[in-house]
Structure formats: C-alpha cells, structure tokens
Design a protein around this ligand. Structure first.
Ligand SMILES: Nc1ncnc2c1ncn2[C@@H]1O[C@H](COP(=O)(O)OP(=O)(O)OP(=O)(O)O)[C@@H](O)[C@H]1O
Length: 778
C-alpha cells in the first residue's frame, strides 16, 4: 500500500519500502516515494525562497515545512485534467499524528479545495487519512474513499455528487458534509452506523429530487430541504421534535414522521397537496393540534397510532369530525357510518338532536305502563289544537304566551314547561314553569314523562305530556313557547300545532333589550344573537316550517299582531258586527282564493314563497275537502267535497258546518270548542284522562262512534277489540276503515272530535269559526 508517511523513529530505511531519508541533500518532494523519515531534515534545494520550506527538527515545523513547499507553477501543474495527483495531495496534507495502529507518525488530514478535481482515485493510497476536505471541486464519485478505513470527517460540499455516501463506509465515519451537491438519490445509510452528522445543506439544485428518505437516523431537526420538489419525505425514526422548515416543500404528498418526538402538528399548514401523514409513535396529545391539518384538502391518510391523543374519548370520531375527508385513519379504512356518527356526535343537526330527543322520550315512555292521554289523543282528522310560539331566548315568547292565555282564557291554556333553572323574581312555580331540581328532571325523563326536552347552557327545559293534557282536559287549546329544537321534536310527535316565529329583527334593539334585562352575560348575549340568525336562516331555508312570523322588537306591537291573528283564527272581533262580517268575508275570500288557485303564501322575512299550509297536502281525497277548509287546526269536517270553496260557501260557512254536523251525524247542533272531546258528555269518558290500557280498550269500543260512523261496528265487528292496541293502531284502523268500508264519494260524516258536549255552553266566536284555519302571511 502506498502512503505518504513520516517516520520519526530511528528505524532504518527499508530499501524497497519507498522510504525517503531526509538527508541534507534530499529533496522533500520525491513522488516515487511515499514514506518520509525525519532524520536530519534539511531545507530542500528546490525551495526558491530561503525562508520557505525550512524544515526544522521538530514535529510542528515539519508540518509547516511540508505544507509550505512551493513548486514553481511554471514547472509543475497540479492535478492536470482534474485528476488528483500525489503532489497536490502532498500540498494538502496536515496534522501530523500517530497512525491508527499507533506505529507511524502520519499526516491525518488533507485539504484539497478548489482544484476542479474530477478524479480523486489517488486518495485511496493515503490510507491513514482521518479528515478529508475536498470541497469546491467537480467530484461526482466518492468511491475511492472506500479505501480510507480510518476516515472520520469528510467535507465534500460544493461538488457534483449525485449519490449520497455511495462508498463502502469507513467504519468510524462520523461527520459528512455533502451540502451544495446534486444529490438526488438517497442510498441506504444504515451501513454508516457511526455517522453522527450529515450535512446536506443546499440541495436546491436537485430539481428532480422527488423522494427523500432519511429514516432511522438521529436527526433532531429538519433543515436544508428548502424548495426541493420533494413529494415523498421519510424522516421516520429520528429524534425530531418539531415539524419545521418544510414550508417550502410545496409538492409534498407523503410525509412519514413516525417514530419521532413530535407533539404539535404546527408546520403542516399550507401543504395543500399532502395526501398522507404518518405520525405513528409520536407525542401528539391534544385534539386541537388537528386544526393544523384540518384544511389540507387532499389529505386522505392519517396515522396517529401510539400517540397519547388516542386516549381521548371519541378520539376516532373527533378526528373524523375535523377531517371528514380521511379515507384511512390509523391504518383502518374509514366507513361512511363513522363519518355520519362523527358529525352527529360533535355537531348534530337540529333535526338529529330533535330525533334523538324524541326517540329517547318514546323509549322511556314505552318502558312505563301505557296510558292513553285521551284529551289530546289525535283522531284521523282532528289533531289536538296547539299554538307554539317559537324563537330565541329573550324574544318575549313567554310574555306573549301569558298575555294571550290571559286575554283568551276561554280558548287557550298555558302549557307549563319544566325547567331546572331557578325562578326569577315574579315567576311562580306551576304558573311560569315547574321549577325542579336536575335530579327530579332526570327522574321524570326516565319515567317517560316528557315529550321533549332541550338544554340551554346548563339548564334543562322540557314539556311533559301531562302539562298539555292538563290544558286539554279543560277543553282549551294549548299555548306553549319553546326553542327551535323543541319544535323539531314536537314535529316528530302526533301533535300538529301552529307555529309562530317570534323574533326581534332589529339586532341592536334586541341586544339592548337582552343587556337591559340583566339576565344574560355578554357571551350569552352573543350566543343568543347568533341563535337569532339561525332562526332567520332556518326560516329562509325551510319555507312553511313556521306558519307565521312576528317581529318582536316592540312587545306591545308584537302582541297586537298575535292577538289579531288569534282573533282571526277564532272568528272573534271587537269590531262592529258589520265590520266583523266584512272581515270574515275578506278572510274567507283570501282563503278561497288561496285554496282555489293553490297559491302559495309568502314568507315574510325572505320574500320566498312557501306552500300554503292546507290539507291539500293530504293525499286522501276524502280528506281534501276537509283540510282545504281547515288546515291543521281545530277541525270540523263538512259534506262539501269541493277542494275550493265559493264565496257563497264561505259566507254560509258557519251555518253549513253546523247544519252538516247536526244533520249528518244526527247529533244535536253543538258549538265546537278546542280540545273538548265529543264524548266528554258520555259517562264512560268522564273518567280521568290518564286512562290505563283498560280504558284504551274501552276507547276502542267507542271509537267507531267517535268518528260518527254508526255502521262501522256492524260492518267491521273486529273494531270491537278485546285485546289491547296502541293509539297508533286506532288511527290506522280508522283510516283503513274510511278507505275500505266507505264509498269515497259518499258524503263524509262530520267528525265530532274536539266538539263539546251539548250540555256545555258555547264559547265566544266558536259558532263563527270552528276551526283554526291555516295561517296565511299578512
Ligand atoms: N320545553 C321547552 N323546550 C324547549 N325550549 C323551551 C322549553 N320551555 C322553554 N323553552 C325556551 O327556553 C328559553 C329560555 O327560557 P326562559 O324562560 O329563560 O325564556 P326567556 O329568555 O325569558 O325567553 P322569552 O322571553 O323568549 O320567553 C326560551 O327561549 C324558552 O322559550
């Protein structure tokens, strides 16, 4: 093996060993030799300047002497053609020290920058080198370094190297600087087991570098990758704590950071083409970190296995809620059901909330002994009449409801909700609300008492069946107020109330009002105002959902409108009889026009049209004429089979209805009062409205008569049931009966449902309008 060595011992030179004795007249530069002994070292006669190359008999001066040797350029060209020659190497040698085997004094370092070197093959002959600096050349092949077994430090920056460390690795290679090269192929570095520092700065010239893998190193930070066109970056199994300095990797599609110490996902924002992130076995702990990757539109795969975040309840659903576009999470395929479940868990739509609420109460009530709520039980045509004021908190619904009930005490009763909030001054238990403890509320829920519940902040509100039934038992229609969620639940039940949206449209005035009442904190007010927007939007998006909207900036004015509306419903007026008749005619005309033309009424807030709420929605032809006249309110059936009524019909409407009722059913002429059942006069139905199943059977015996179909029991004796059936079955039975047993052209016997018994007096207006007509836009 050829080597340039300095031997300081007294060893005798070996003739065949290419040793050079630095005798008095021996030239230092002797290319054909490769070992120097330092005995009697004298200045070289080739050195032109006496001060230069003065070798002294000491180690320190030897180094200087050799490195300062000057060869006249005119006589010697270093490394011609970029092929490194020994002379150039000799000029670059420094750092005299012991060879690795401890036998020789050798130069341990070589520095050969800026020689435009292409071929460094000769370096292989300097096996003792420990530090090689060959930067700023044109080297593309480092394979000769495979012959330097003691190499510890390599600086090959600013070259044309395209392969990373593609030489047989010196056993102890510690540090490599390959910055400013053309590396576009990262070879497996696992053989370089001692490598502790790898500098790959300024790889920006590698404009084709699409895939970079630096796995299983001890990298503590990401750097030097700026602006690379990388699509795949594998940094797994390093010691990286922060995702940094990859902001300019705009083409990154696949990032593997598994097996690191990453805690935050900050730094991943803006990687809009990132499709896959592997963060398995890291330290991500907080779900808020997901916000950093939430907006990555192409992200389809995420692996957070073996991160503390997995301990969070609903972890998987939470991730899917934030990034619903994921297809693969923690190496498991994401199912559609999971995505739906995620949405429903964290941001359920109002409809879902209501459906859940409804299901819960139905299930709990089924677990209880069944009772028939006979005062509010629906029949085919006559839902129990209810008026629901809907709107956000502080919109004045409660005040309006109370006033209405107070003024129209003969028609309406107030359906008292339960709440877990404390009573406010002037509020009375049982009048404004039933103020109950949370425990009591929960017990009632589990006892199946509620038909709907709704939570606002930490307060529960809920309407119990008994509250409505209480009002119905009095023969009154029920007025309640609630939030939108409550309405949606109610719409799942058999109740078919009229819904009036009460909402202050002027936001500033509304805000002032909320502030002045002193009941709400600033954040609550903000929330309420947002809810007000939600109501408006819901009204816009669901035409016809609310039957009417009343703006409630000014409560007095709102009440005035509501009052007018109700009076119109009930056909009562404080106007003169003539004006009253005119009003009725006007109302009748507009109703006729709507019914005849199938017009739609206009949504007040939006100007959108909405389908007129009328029974023309019903499919049964036998029900059309009924519904076209009455909508969903208190219903009286007529013999009139036309769907559009003439003005004359309307003028004669009341009388016709009364006569029809009386004639067709052979029943006495009775005025109709909301909520009163026709059979309340019968001794059988005088009993408690909270009947158990026995009374349900009793009810079934009577049901044909309830529907004024005397022939039904005979023609269908099965209707007299001895077994228990559900109210729903009753409805189905009676509907079936109406379709199968009765000729649909046959005039329909009037329904006597909701009619008061003959023994009871009529209430004001009840002989004028027996129905709650559909609300039309004003
Ligand atoms: N059973 C119920 N289901 C759903 N919401 C309800 C129910 N009972 C009451 N609410 C609503 O809960 C909200 C809070 O009730 P609260 O008695 O504090 O009314 P408020 O803030 O005075 O509002 P408003 O002036 O509109 O009546 C109100 O919007 C009310 O309508």
């Amino acid at each position: 093996m050829a080597a340039l060595e300095l031997r300081t011992s007294n060893e005798s030179p070996q003739p065949n060993d290419h040793y050079i004795h630095l005798d008095e007249d021996l030239d230092l530069y002797a290319p054909e030799t490769d070992i120097l002994t330092l005995e009697n070292l004298v200045p070289s006669p080739y050195v032109p300047d006496e001060d230069d190359a003065t070798l002294q008999n000491s180690d320190s001066n030897i180094s200087k002497a050799i490195s300062d040797v000057h060869i006249p350029i005119s006589t010697l060209k270093l490394s011609p053609g970029g092929i490194l020659d020994e002379e150039t190497v000799a000029r670059g040698l420094s750092n005299l020290g012991l060879s690795a085997d401890g036998i020789y004094q050798v130069y341990l370092d070589v520095t050969i920058p800026g020689f435009s070197l292409v071929d460094i093959g000769v370096l292989g002959e300097f096996a003792h080198l420990q530090r090689v600096e060959i930067s700023h050349n044109n080297i593309s092949d480092l394979s000769p370094l495979s012959k330097l077994p003691y190499l510890l430090y390599l600086n090959a920056s600013h070259n044309n190297i395209s392969q990373l460390l593609n030489f047989a690795p010196p056993f102890n290679l510690l540090e490599v600087d390959l910055s400013y090269n053309q590396i576009n192929n990262m070879s497996d570095l696992s053989a370089h087991h001692a490598l502790r520092k790898l500098v790959l700065d300024r790889l920006e010239n590698c404009q084709c570098l699409k895939s970079l893998s630096l796995a299983h190193n001890h990298l503590e930070a990401i750097q030097g990758l700026d602006n690379l066109p990388l699509q795949y970056l594998n940094l797994c199994h390093n010691m990286i704590k922060r995702i940094e300095n990859i902001g300019s990797l705009n083409n990154l599609r696949n990032l593997n950071l598994s097996g690191n110490k990453v805690r935050s996902l900050q730094g991943l924002e803006g990687h809009n083409v990132l499709e896959s992130i592997d963060l398995e076995d890291n330290e991500v702990i907080d779900i808020v970190e997901i916000q950093h990757i939430q907006q990555l539109g192409m992200l389809r795969e995420l692996n957070l296995l073996r991160n503390p975040i997995q301990e969070l309840p609903y972890y998987r659903l939470a991730i899917l809620f934030h990034i619903p576009r994921l297809c693969l999470l923690d190496r498991h395929k994401v199912e559609v059901e999971e995505k739906v479940s995620a949405k429903n868990t964290f941001d359920a739509s109002l409809e879902v909330i209501a459906a859940r609420d409804h299901i819960m109460h139905v299930v709990y009530s089924f677990l209880q002994p069944q009772r028939i709520w006979d005062s509010t039980l629906p029949s085919v045509e006559t839902p129990y009449p209810m008026l629901v004021l809907v709107g956000p908190q502080g919109s004045g619904k409660k005040e309006l409801s109370m006033k209405l009930v107070e003024e129209f005490a003969d028609y309406f009763g107030y359906g008292v909700s339960h709440t877990t909030r404390l009573p406010r001054p002037h509020e009375e238990n049982g009048k404004d609300y039933y103020f109950v403890s949370l425990e009591r509320f929960e017990i009632d829920v589990k006892m199946g008492q509620f038909i709907q519940t709704h939570k606002i902040d930490d307060t529960w509100y809920g309407l119990q069946m008994e509250s409505i039934e209480c009002v119905a038992r009095e023969g009154l229609a029920c007025v309640i107020h609630m939030e939108l969620e409550g309405v949606l639940t109610l719409k799942n039940t058999y109740f078919e109330p009229r819904y009036v949206l009460i909402i202050p449209l002027e936001k500033e005035a509304y805000e002032r009002r909320l502030q002045q009442c002193g009941l709400y904190t600033e954040s609550q007010i903000e929330h309420i105002l947002r809810r007000a927007d939600l109501y408006c939007k819901y009204n816009q998006d669901h035409p016809g959902f609310f039957d009417m909207m009343i703006s409630s900036e000014d409560i007095a004015e709102a009440y005035h409108k509501l009052r007018r509306l109700v009076m119109d419903y009930l056909g009562i007026s404080s106007l003169s009889p003539v004006a009253q008749a005119n009003n009725m005619n006007e109302a009748g005309k507009s109703e006729t026009q709507h019914a005849a033309s199938g017009e739609t009424s206009t949504n007040q807030t939006t100007g959108q049209s909405r389908p007129k709420l009328s029974g023309t929605e019903h499919t049964s032809p036998t029900r059309c004429h009924v519904s076209s006249a009455v909508g969903k309110g208190i219903v009286v059936s007529t013999n009139d089979t036309r769907t559009a009524r003439s003005q004359q019909d309307l003028d004669n409407d009341s009388d016709a209805l009364i006569n029809n009722n009386a004639n067709s059913s052979n029943m006495p002429h009775v005025p109709i009062i909301p909520g009163q059942h026709a059979l309340t006069t019968s001794s059988t139905s005088q009993s408690s409205s909270l009947s158990d199943l026995d009374s349900a059977t009793e009810f079934q015996h009577l049901s044909p008569r309830i529907n004024s179909r005397p022939q039904a029991p005979d023609s269908n004796p099965n209707l007299v049931l001895s077994k228990r059936i559900s109210p729903l079955d009753l409805v189905l039975d009676s509907e079936l009966g109406s379709l199968t047993q009765r000729n649909i052209h046959e005039p329909r016997p009037p329904s006597t449902s909701r009619m008061i018994g003959s023994g009871q007096g009529s209430r004001p207006g009840s002989n004028r309008h027996k129905i709650l007509p559909p609300i039309v836009a004003q």
